[in-house]
Design a protein around this ligand. Structure first.
Ligand code: NOJ
Length: 561
């Protein structure tokens, strides 16, 4: 197979020592990582006690999903106090200890900022309820009078991402039915009015609070949602649009996603970060398509990175993977930002299951025992390992979601009564939601709760079949997914793949992803027919190779001399 006929695609430019341009960032979901006090919910001391496992894996940074004061109606994405730790997870001192331990281990720490909405338990929302219509307290949120003769109809037709109307009606102090407030998510998550300077000032203070505590950056929740179109006009999304805004054409902009006004907010945040020493970052969670539009979030004076959800959604198909890689490198490079790559997070079906689904599953909809097109576990794992081996060879920055390094599948058979995602409740069980990707991690095959804690408690039940996935069962086994990740991360570092380029290799069929990044040649087979491999040193393979053929659902890294 000819390896020298190449088509050059530029990777991101390197800018001095900016760590985030090439970093591999590991997402910790605090509820489910490690539980130090045995109450069945993970916590900050638990994370600290297990951090060395992440340094050992070879990642550069951790991103912690929310651990702030919260009634936990949306697993902490409903924040009641942005500058304190929820007692479920520990204290501010525990956070400081975690950060110190991370620094000792050479890991950076990114925290999650949730600016689109607060919890309804936030002091501001409680004051808004008490103060009544027309008050400055209500003006921090999006309260409106209802339509209809007695205001009995919501102010517009917007739907919540989790299902049902995006408006709830309050009861005024005198006991009468009153105004409505907007919540793009659960009714316990009222949206702020970002046109209000008080809201902007509050969040600058929140950023300062955590920057002063030494964090290396922020993942910004719903970074495409803060500004709503003037007048809040009715809008009906096209049928195939994702509830978070994915799947739309460039000229389709819902009045609540991707409004131009969000960019000024991020410019002010970037300016604040620049006043701090070190290299601190803002990462956009913005479900904006196409990528050319998303690149506006990472222009030089805005955020540093944006999650590449187009990549996450590209499926196990070579043409689609190659297309997204090309457009990612092109559009992010055009604004001098690194591409990011991500396959799993706490909102989507784990890629060890998703890549083998045979029916469509929208982001956030989840799968459960009655879903159609359920995956074959072995096929899913093979594809997940192969897809990860493509991702970790790409230039730019990559995200790993806790548990994917163990090859964890989605927990499909959770009992209905255990489910906690608001999506499940707001759709009356029609959408299973995201609990299946949030089950506590297995650390030790033979311990209670697989070593998540010592009591055996677990806020979501762990499948009994998870013992072989436990970290201690995989350590030292070269065929394991854990050792595959460890090897890929070590090679990525050794061969500086994060700062490399993608050169497509010609001569392969349409089902093959074949490229060279520096000294490494990557070949992935998304088809069904084995692919003939060139003669070269094998550095990594996601399956045991027999002879010179790469089977279906496998990836190999070769070093060609
Ligand atoms: C995106 C978060 O990732 C998700 O978990 C959450 O439910 C919504 N934003 C609302 O905050």
């Amino acid at each position: 197979m000819p390896l020298d006929e190449t088509i050059q695609t530029d990777g991101p430019r390197l800018d001095g020592a900016a760590w985030w341009r090439t970093a591999v960032i590991y997402q910790v979901y605090p509820r489910s990582f490690a539980d130090s006090n045995g109450d069945g919910i993970g916590d900050l001391p638990g994370i600290t006690s297990r951090l060395s496992a992440l340094a050992d894996l070879g990642v550069d940074a951790v991103w912690l999903s929310p651990f702030f004061t919260s009634p936990q109606k949306d697993a902490g994405y409903d924040v009641a106090d942005y500058c304190d730790v929820d007692p479920l997870f520990g204290t501010l001192d525990d956070f400081d200890a975690l950060r110190r331990r991370a620094t000792e281990l050479g890991l950076r720490v990114i925290v999650d900022l949730v600016p689109n909405h607060s919890s309804d338990a936030h002091e501001w929302f409680q004051r808004a309820l008490a103060a009544g219509p027309g008050s400055p307290e209500r003006a921090r949120y999006l309260f409106r009078d209802g339509q209809g003769e007695n205001g009995e109809l919501p102010p517009n037709n917007w739907q919540s991402v989790f299902g049902g109307a995006a408006w709830s009606r309050v009861t005024e102090k005198d006991g009468t039915p009153g105004q409505w407030y907007l919540h793009l998510f659960d009714s316990s998550q009222p949206d702020f009015d970002w046109e209000n300077p008080e809201v902007r000032d509050q969040f600058l203070d929140v950023l300062r609070f955590w920057l002063d505590r030494g964090v290396d950056g922020f993942r910004i929740d719903v970074a495409h949602g803060l500004i709503k179109k003037d007048g809040l006009p009715d809008y009906t999304p096209p049928k195939d649009a994702g509830s978070m805004g994915g799947g739309l054409a460039e000229d389709q902009t819902p009045p609540y996603w991707a409004q131009d006004g969000v960019h000024d907010i991020y410019r002010s945040w970037r300016a604040l970060l620049e006043t701090y020493p070190g290299d601190r970052i803002l990462v956009a969670e913005a479900w904006v398509e196409p990528l050319s539009k998303l690149s506006n979030w990472v222009r030089p004076d805005e955020m540093h990175q944006a999650f590449n959800f187009s990549y996450l959604e590209s499926g196990w198909s070579a043409p689609s993977i190659k297309g997204v890689i090309d457009s990612s490198l092109e559009v992010f490079d055009s604004v001098d930002a690194p591409s990011t790559w991500v396959l799993s997070n706490h909102d989507v079906v784990r890629h060890a299951s998703r890549l083998a689904l045979t029916a469509d599953n929208a982001q956030g909809a989840g799968i459960g025992p009655k879903s159609s097109g359920l995956p074959d576990t072995a096929v899913g794992l093979a594809r997940a390992r192969a897809a990860t081996a493509v991702m970790l060879a790409l230039p730019g920055s990559a995200y790993i979601y806790q548990g994917e390094e163990l090859g964890l599948p989605e927990a499909i058979d959770l009992p209905d009564e255990a489910r906690q995602d608001p999506t499940w409740f707001r759709t009356a069980g029609e959408r299973y939601g995201r609990d299946g990707c949030r089950v506590p991690l297995p650390w030790e095959a033979a311990s209670p709760a697989f070593g998540f804690n010592t009591t055996g408690e677990s806020w979501l039940p762990q499948p009994e079949a998870w013992a072989p996935y436990a970290r201690d069962a995989q350590e030292g086994d070269t065929g394991s997914t854990l050792e595959l990740y460890r090897l890929a991360l070590a090679l990525r570092h050794e061969f500086a793949l994060g700062s490399g380029t993608v050169e497509w290799l010609s001569g392969y069929g349409p089902d093959v992803v074949a490229f060279r990044n520096g000294q490494i040649t990557v070949i992935a087979n998304t088809g069904t027919v084995p692919v003939e491999l060139p003669v070269a040193d094998e550095l990594l393979a996601t399956v045991e190779l027999e002879g010179a053929a790469l089977p279906a659902d496998a990836t190999v890294w070769l070093r060609v001399s």
